[in-house]
Design a protein around this ligand. Structure first.
Ligand code: ATP
Length: 412
């Protein structure tokens, strides 16, 4: 059977993954094997989310009635019911349902009614608290299927330490990364020189190590020196897989969905207030703005070096009429030709502008010309894929160290 849980935390504390880890222990203590603990990331653009829009599913060999009742007790004991935006949901199914609802929840938006109607058709047990919205994520979690599973080892703090500064030796996390990257990723951000895998929020997570295999995350964990965790759990996840992206065409992009789009750069990049960089790209359907926000750091330098006519493939969420870039492929560079004042035919000195729309004038001999010299610029930006820095990466975004995107999956 599978049991799914979602929406138990608030910005003030708790974490649904922690509840999942506690439930797994409780079930095993009762003699029922937990075959898998699944950490399921859903559409990152859902506005109700507390942090990373995660739901949990445990795959258990055991008695559904008993497990459902254990989950209820844990949710009722631990969920932060005082927060208006915390609306827990629990779902239990006897067997894994078809994955359609999961795919919609990771790539699009679902309603509570849709989840409830599916659950009734499946004859599932479920329970919603307050407005019951967590049932959506819990349903998606039990329906989840991972074509490209990755793993995360999460270490949790003792309850009496929640909210006080975490004691983790940062250099030990750099050592863990030294010994396991690229089989683990996003533990540290070398460009910014910071640790990424230790949160700063008041929740129970001490650190989380993401990687390709349970063995790699466990090996990385051995390097880490920190306060003693109370619980550690390895989850199988859809993190780092680009599962949220679908192939898209400009003009058909829907707010809150995430896309891989092929197009041609149509304007010079613009650096806006706050250091955010934008470019426009177009395809047959129209034009769209693409944003590289300040936290994406060195990635913005790539965007600044794009020129009109460059062919690119952009990946990111469509929000507020822009694609918020997660990564980009520079497919082909256009020829950049710039116009500059010509050399004076009479005296050989370079002319200067004679004023807007008035052509060029030689300051030495007074010669005039209306024709600029056209110079083809040498473009040095290598073609290939570029991605945002790890501290700006979304949970679902596939890091390039895991392999380049397979564009055929997106029909591109
Ligand atoms: P938590 O640790 O509590 O799970 P979170 O950051 O993962 O925190 P939630 O507090 O769970 O976010 O809030 C997300 C809410 O949005 C949940 O109620 C979930 O059921 C709902 N939800 C998730 N995905 C979708 C979707 N695609 N469409 C509509 N609602 C969704």
């Amino acid at each position: 059977m599978r049991i799914g849980i979602d929406d138990t935390d608030s910005p003030a504390g708790m974490c649904t993954t922690y509840l999942g880890a506690l439930l797994a222990r409780k079930i095993e203590r009762a003699g029922m094997p937990v075959r898998e603990a699944r950490l399921v990331r859903l559409n990152p653009n859902v506005t109700y989310k507390t942090r990373g829009n995660a739901a949990i599913c445990l795959d258990v060999q055991g008695n559904p009635e008993e497990i459902f009742s254990m989950a209820r007790t844990l949710v009722e004991d631990y969920a932060d019911f005082s927060c208006e935006n915390t609306n827990p949901g629990i779902v239990a199914v006897d067997r894994t349902p078809p994955p359609d609802f999961y795919y919609r929840a990771v790539r699009d938006f679902c309603t509570l009614d849709e989840a409830l109607s599916l659950l009734r058709n499946l004859g599932a047990r479920y329970r919603g608290y307050k407005n019951g919205r967590g049932i959506i994520g819990a349903t998606a979690a039990v329906c989840s299927t991972f074509a490209d599973p990755t793993y995360e080892l999460l270490a949790y703090r003792d309850q009496e330490r929640w909210g006080i500064p975490r004691v983790v030796d940062e250099s030990s996390i750099f050592s863990a990364d030294d010994h396991t990257y690229p089989h683990t990723w996003d533990s540290v951000d070398r460009e910014c020189g910071v640790v990424v895998c230790v949160p700063h929020t008041p929740d129970p997570v001490l650190f989380g190590i993401r990687g390709e295999r349970p063995g790699w995350v466990s090996y990385a964990r051995e390097w880490i020196v920190s306060e003693k965790p109370s619980v550690e759990q390895i989850f199988v996840t859809n993190q780092g897989t680009d599962e949220h992206l679908v192939g898209g065409h400009i003009g058909d992009l829907r707010e809150g969905c995430s896309y891989m789009v092929r197009g041609t750069v149509s304007d010079l990049p613009v650096t806006r207030r706050g250091g955010h960089v934008s470019i426009s790209m177009e395809d047959a359907g129209g034009s769209v703005r693409c944003m590289a926000y300040e936290p994406t750091k060195g990635f913005r330098e790539v965007i600044r070096r794009l020129r009109p006519g460059d062919e690119v493939v952009a990946a990111g969420s469509y929000k507020g009429e822009s694609i918020n870039l997660e990564k980009i492929q520079v497919v082909r560079l256009s020829q950049e030709v710039i116009a500059r004042p010509p050399v004076c035919e009479r005296c050989g000195k370079r002319m200067t502008s004679a004023g807007s729309g008035k052509g060029y004038k030689c300051r030495r001999c007074g010669g005039r010309s209306t024709t600029p010299e056209r110079v083809t610029q040498h473009r040095t930006l290598p073609v290939g894929w570029y991605e945002v820095t790890p501290s700006a990466r979304r949970h679902l975004a596939k890091p390039l160290c895991r392999g380049l995107p397979d564009l055929s999956r997106f029909g591109l």
